[in-house]
Design a protein around this ligand. Sequence first.
Ligand code: 3HC
Length: 447
Amino acid sequence: MTYEERLQNVSVLGAAGKMGSGILLLTAIEMTDLSLKPGNKGKTFVLNAIDVSAEGLAGLMKYLRGQVRKVAEKKTVWLRKMYADRDDLVENYDIIDEYVFDVLNVVRPVTTMAAAYQSNLIFEAVSENRALKVKLLGDIDKNNGNNPWFFTNTSSVPIKLIEKEAGLEGRVLGFHFYNPPAVQRLVELIITGKTLAEVEDFARNYAKNLKKIIVPSNDFAGFIGNGHFMRDALHGMKEATALAEEKNIPLYKAIYMVNKVTQDYLVRPMGIFQLIDYVGIDVVQFILNVMNPFVEDEELSHDLLDKMMLQGVKGGQKSSGAQKDGFLKYKGGRFTAIWDVHKQEYIDLDSFKDECDEMLGELPSSVVAWKSVIRNKKKDDLLAAFFNDLKTSADLGAAMAIKYGLKSKAIGEKLVSDKVAKETDHVNTVMLTGFFHAYGPVNNFFD
Ligand code: 3HC
């Protein structure tokens, strides 16, 4: 089966979810682009968007429409060539409308799994539950006569376990996107000892066509990305708890401070508590629960997460893409309050922000903002100057940032010594392209 034949009938499981909707968008575009190529005119391309939530699927179609239009606007020259035989498409907006129509026409939103029984390729992006993944993939395989290939987006379950338990020998690999898949360039590729070479070759080719950067990870629970993120998040929770005790301040103030340090001082796109909210407190807890039994020398859990879950505060995103409240409360793209686990209510930022900022101290004047630095050619010099100033500062915020930076480096190095990542470069690329960091964790900025 050729690359194109493989992509003529595809299913995405969990298509209305955060990751599934991004995978669906990218795949729908790749399939439509193939269908527009001269040799493929007239061939049918089918992409089943499978999800249990009909409401979620309606939201997905709205998301697709908006995103495909943005994509089309950026490639009108290419589209004009592909639609050269269409005299009725004159203006750019005619061509854009037609492309949006064609992409949406490939997508079949359905709530029944049976749609996947005809597919040659199945992307799995359902919730992080090993038994559910194994059951779904095993059932599809039994009912599908095509010997389909399975690309799982699991964040944490070792692929060889899914392979063995679902009986998919050689036909499954980990193809792990990062949130949001349409923006983050990373795909972690995880093969088992049995994955067929042709399955891996296809995966690499497909990732290349999606303009993604592949980083191979060894098949260890959490892989490289979550191996770093989960430990970094646990460190954030431990630091906040310790700070609250040491300074005798309520935990919500310490959460604000650690979040600020991890965003502004470490020059990251989001503070660590905002990132946990973005991924979902429940998802972070699921991933930690999957990873924990596989690590011997660490305890991958924190009671702050358990408390948040018990109090029903879970973060994550609505189907519209809007951020749900978690550690932080969000309004119009900003956060305005922090959750107090003792009082079980949000405390307005205005009532304590100045006091906390004062405790952290002034940021050095060499400070650089994440957004302005990521595409700056002098990025490394600017970052080095700022981090050097932090090292010579006696302020609390600077000391917290240096400690955090060193911890992040140690986590990165341990991923290599534990043989999760083959080399430090892989860890750095994962954080640069999957988490949009401005610099890799294994660096000399904080030594
Ligand atoms: N789909 C498509 N495009 C999206 C999007 C989405 N869901 N979310 C944001 N974008 C686009 C915006 O439309 C905008 O595009 P434009 O430049 O063409 O206008 C662009 O991304 C930038 O968005 P914003 O200007 O709104 O905001 P930011 O500049 O702050 O970027 C962000 C948003 C890309 C989410 C950035 O804050 C970021 O990268 N944060 C870190 C996210 C992260 O760490 N992800 C990894 C999580 S871990 C994971 O996924 C693994 C899993 O297994 C748990």
